[in-house]
Ligand binder design. Structure first.
Ligand code: COI
Length: 359
C-alpha cells in the first residue's frame, strides 16, 4: 500500500468545549485526500491541513451528483483510549456505494488506513464527554470537467472529521416522525441502497414539510404502493409488536445501516425474534392504537433514537406514551457501552487507535 504523506498544520485550532458540541458544524485541523485518474488508478494519498479546495464549475459532480459518502465514529472511552466503531464494515459499504455510482473501487485497506491515519493525526479532537464522539466523513466526488452524462474519468476521495454531540436537538428523547403518503425517497432498482448525495437531496422537500408540521423527520414509505415502511430521513426504522422486532428488509431501496446490523445481531444474541420483513403502515398504526408498539430508529449519527409519535394522513399516533421504550433503552445502553469500551464487545466491532489487531 502506498505510504500516506503527512503535512501538518502550523496553525492548529482550539477544539470547542465538549458541552457545546452539536452535529456537523466544526471540523478538525487536517483532512485526507487521494486522487483517481483513468489509466493511473488511485494515487497520491496525503494528509494536509483542512482547507477549502477548488473545483472547476463544469466539474461533473456539481451537475450530475456522482458523489458518495459514508459516516462512522471514533469514541474516547473512560480509559482515555480512542476506539473506531466497525471500521472495516464502513470501508466495505463505501465501496458498495461506489459500485452503484460507477465510481472505481478503493482498496478497502486504504480506506481503513486513511481513516486510521487521519484520526491518529487529529486525535486530540476526539471529545470525551458521554454522548460525544468524532464523526468521520469519507467522501468521493467526480472531478472530470465535462457536461456530457457519463461516469467521470477522475475522482477525489477525501476524509474530514468533526467532533459531534447528539444528532437531534431532542438528544435521547423521543422524536416525532411523519409517514409521507405523498413524497418518495427511492424505489427498488434505483439508488436507495447507496449512500449518495442524491438520496439526501430527494429527502429535503418532504423533510421540510414534515418539520413545518412539527415533526423531526419523515418516515419514507415504499415508492410503488406508498404502503410499506422503508426508512427514516437519517436512520433505519425498527419496531417491536408484542414479542417480534421488525425492520424492513434490505430490498435495494433502503440503506444497509451498520447500526441496523449491530442491533439485529444484539437482538439475536439475546434470543429475541428479529424479523427483516416488509411491514405495512396499517399494521404499525393498528399496533400503536392497541398500545402494542415500541419504535426506534438506528443510525451512526442518530445512534438509537426512540420514536414517540407517528403522523399519518393528518392523524397523530402517540407511541408508548411518548416515552422511551425498555428495549430501545437497553439497545442504546449496550451499543453505547461497546462504543465507549464500558461493555464487552463480543463481535470485535471496535478497533483501538494505535493497535491494528483491534481491542
Ligand atoms: C450517518 O448516520 O452517518 C449519516 O450519514 C446520517 C447523515 C446524513 C447525517
Amino acid at each position: 500500500m502506498t505510504q500516506i504523506a503527512i503535512d501538518r498544520t502550523t496553525t492548529p485550532k482550539q477544539p470547542p468545549a465538549d458541552e457545546t458540541l452539536a452535529f456537523g458544524k466544526v471540523f478538525t485541523d487536517h483532512m485526507f485526500l487521494m486522487d483517481y485518474q483513468e489509466g493511473k488508478g488511485w494515487h497520491d494519498p496525503r494528509i494536509v491541513p483542512y482547507a477549502p479546495f477548488t473545483l472547476d464549475p463544469a466539474c461533473c459532480v456539481l451537475h450530475y451528483g456522482q458523489a458518495i459518502f459514508d459516516g462512522l465514529k471514533a469514541f474516547r472511552g473512560r480509559d482515555g483510549r480512542v476506539r473506531l466503531f466497525r471500521l472495516p464494515d464502513h470501508a466495505r459499504r463505501l465501496n458498495r456505494s461506489a459500485h452503484y455510482l460507477c465510481i472505481p473501487e478503493i482498496d478497502p485497506a486504504m480506506v481503513e488506513e486513511s481513516i486510521r491515519a487521519l484520526v491518529e493525526v487529529d486525535q486530540r479532537w476526539v471529545p470525551s464527554l458521554p454522548g460525544t464522539s468524532l464523526y468521520i466523513r469519507p467522501t468521493v466526488i467526480a472531478t472530470e470537467t465535462f457536461l456530457g452524462v457519463h461516469p467521470s474519468s477522475s475522482y477525489l476521495y477525501y476524509v474530514i472529521l468533526g467532533p459531534v454531540g447528539a444528532y437531534y436537538k431532542e438528544g435521547m428523547n423521543p422524536v416525532r416522525i411523519l409517514a409521507s403518503d405523498k413524497h418518495v425517497r427511492a424505489v427498488q432498482g434505483g439508488l436507495g441502497a447507496a449512500k449518495t448525495a442524491g438520496n439526501y437531496a430527494a429527502s429535503l422537500f418532504g423533510a421540510e414539510e414534515a418539520q413545518k408540521a412539527g415533526y423531526t423527520q419523515v418516515l419514507w414509505l415504499d415508492g410503488v404502493e406508498h404502503r410499506y415502511l422503508d426508512e427514516v430521513g437519517t436512520m433505519n426504522i425498527m419496531l417491536k409488536i408484542d414479542d417480534e422486532v421488525i425492520t424492513p428488509p434490505l430490498n435495494g431501496a433502503i440503506l444497509a445501516g451498520i447500526t441496523r446490523d449491530s442491533v439485529l445481531t444484539l437482538l439475536r444474541d439475546w434470543g429475541l425474534r428479529a424479523s427483516e420483513r416488509p411491514i405495512a403502515i396499517d399494521e404499525v398504526i393498528a399496533a400503536a392504537q392497541a398500545g402494542r408498539l415500541e419504535m426506534w430508529g438506528t443510525g451512526t449519527a442518530a445512534v438509537i433514537s426512540p420514536v414517540g409519535e407517528l403522523g399519518y394522513k393528518g392523524e397523530r399516533y402517540v407511541i408508548g406514551g411518548g416515552k422511551t421504550g425498555a428495549l430501545t433503552q437497553k439497545l442504546y445502553d449496550t451499543i453505547v457501552g461497546i462504543q465507549y469500551g464500558t461493555a464487552p464487545d463480543p463481535h470485535g466491532w471496535t478497533r483501538m487507535l494505535g493497535n491494528r489487531l483491534g481491542g
